[in-house]
Design a protein around this ligand. Structure first.
Ligand code: KE4
Length: 431
């Protein structure tokens, strides 16, 4: 496949932007080679600057659950831009989006819009510390919650791919109040809370982890988190930036039937424009300025274009009673097709999936599934890289890391999935 123009444009990018990318997750660090420079997108497809077409399983790392170029979102944006781009003052649309969040995620009694998932998690942690008067926070290795200082310890996602779990520039002071535990380890959590529960302001967790690849939280693990945090007066934060509106209409908390104290959102909530949000019990949210003494602010928070795209996306989801059935069926077809193709080629894999999230893990000889960061990190990364490039040359665009999650949209039809499986069969056989 000719990608000469991509190569030239990326060569120039390297002279202007660190690593040529505005986010390390896009740098092909985990797979090698030159990133594809995208020209446009439509439906389930990306088109690069050399005119090549790819079935897109990255979907902007999650947001594009309607597919690219949904007419309802485009119309909402066109109307919004006619009225102005940004005011820095209250708008009715912000009420609409906040009420959609409260309706779709009932644990969110009040919410605050920000501009990214990182801002959402950073703010939620500050709020939990301000509300409880405690300093310690708990996160889990392999989980990624954005790049706030206190969270860049044993992070997953790009940091894991770059094998730099602790970022330079994060001071010992910023990291020292963060306790890192093992995902899905119930006894570890019970022991920690027995010993230190009263010190802990919050636990932040991806209820369905997506940043070590797709690793659903075990029900007993999430139930233990809820029980232990309840007992110790610790704030439980479900980071649903990725799983929100993706694994169910009400996110992972709806699927698992567990109510967190705070939820963080991003990606789909902005329909591809920069929106993050955090919200939860009014009693806690009322501690946020200007009502309370936990400060958080943002020039473009609730921006009219971003809220228009977010509202249009959530309303499109709500208009289709079969939305999540469609998404799950597409993911299941993909998972089954990949598993069958790998087995036929004698390649050891596990496809782990839930709702619109999935990951094809190239398992180590010793593992039969991926349940935490240690098992994820034992996967055959070199094999994934080879498979990734064979797919890419066949016109299929997977996330460029074994530790990322694939996403499906409502326009990933059977024909689109079957087209992917045909390419995957050749790619497995070429390993
Ligand atoms: P952003 O700041 O990138 O909007 O959100 C941070 C974040 C928070 N929480 C979870 C569970 C997340 O998955 C993310 C961001 N996800 C990565 C993909 N694994 C974004 C890709 C990137 O960093 O470019």
């Amino acid at each position: 496949m000719n990608r000469e123009k991509s190569r030239q444009i990326f060569e120039e990018a390297l002279t202007l932007i660190p690593g040529g990318v505005n986010s390390p997750a896009r740098a092909f660090g985990g797979v090698g080679g030159v990133p594809v420079v995208i020209d446009r997108a439509e439906g389930a497809y990306l088109y690069d600057v050399d005119g090549n077409r790819y079935v897109d399983y990255v979907l902007s790392w999650g947001p594009m659950i309607l597919g690219h170029g949904d007419p309802r979102v485009k119309e909402a944006l066109a109307k919004a831009v006619e009225r102005g781009v940004s005011y820095g003052a209250p708008t009715e649309a912000e009420n609409r989006l906040a009420s959609l969040l409260a309706e779709m995620v009932p644990s969110i009694e009040k919410s605050r819009l920000v501009n990214s998932g990182t801002e959402a998690t950073m703010s939620a942690i500050r709020l939990a510390r301000g509300y409880t008067g405690r300093n310690k926070i708990v996160k889990f290795s392999g989980c990624y919650h954005g790049h706030a200082d206190s969270l860049l310890v044993a992070a997953g996602s790009a940091a894991a791919t770059l094998a730099v779990p602790d970022s330079l520039g994060v001071t010992p002071g910023a990291a020292s109040d963060t306790i890192v535990m093992q995902y899905n380890d119930v006894s570890g959590i019970e022991e920690l809370f027995a010993e230190r529960g009263r010190e802990i302001a919050c636990v932040i967790v991806e209820p369905v982890a997506g940043n070590m690849g797709c690793v659903p939280g075990a029900p007993e693990f999430l139930q233990a988190l809820r029980a232990e945090t309840e007992k110790s007066g610790t704030v439980l934060i479900f980071d649903e930036v990725m799983s929100g509106f993706r694994v169910a209409r009400g996110g992972a908390q709806e699927r698992y039937g567990i109510t967190p104290d705070l939820t963080t959102l991003g990606k789909i909530v902005g329909g591809g424009l920069p929106v993050g949000a955090y919200g939860g019990r009014a009693e806690i949210m009322n501690s946020v300025a200007p009502l309370g003494k936990v400060y958080q602010a943002g020039t473009l928070s609730g921006n009219p274009l971003a809220t228009a795209a977010g509202i249009a996306t959530l309303e499109a989801i709500n208009a289709d009673p079969n939305f999540y059935g469609t998404i799950s069926r597409a993911t299941e077809r993909l998972a089954k097709g990949l598993t069958t193709a790998a087995s036929a080629a004698g390649v050891k894999v596990a496809v782990q999936w839930i709702g619109g999230m999935s990951t094809l893990f190239f398992l180590s000889d010793t593992d039969e599934k991926v349940i935490d960061w240690p098992s994820a990190s034992r996967c055959e990364k070199a094999r994934f890289a080879k498979f990734f490039h064979a797919l890419l040359d066949g016109g299929v665009y997977f996330p460029c890391s074994q530790f990322e999650t694939m996403f499906t949209s409502v326009v990933h039809t059977d024909a689109v999935i079957d087209e992917t499986i045909a390419v995957a069969k050749d790619a497995f056989n070429a390993l």
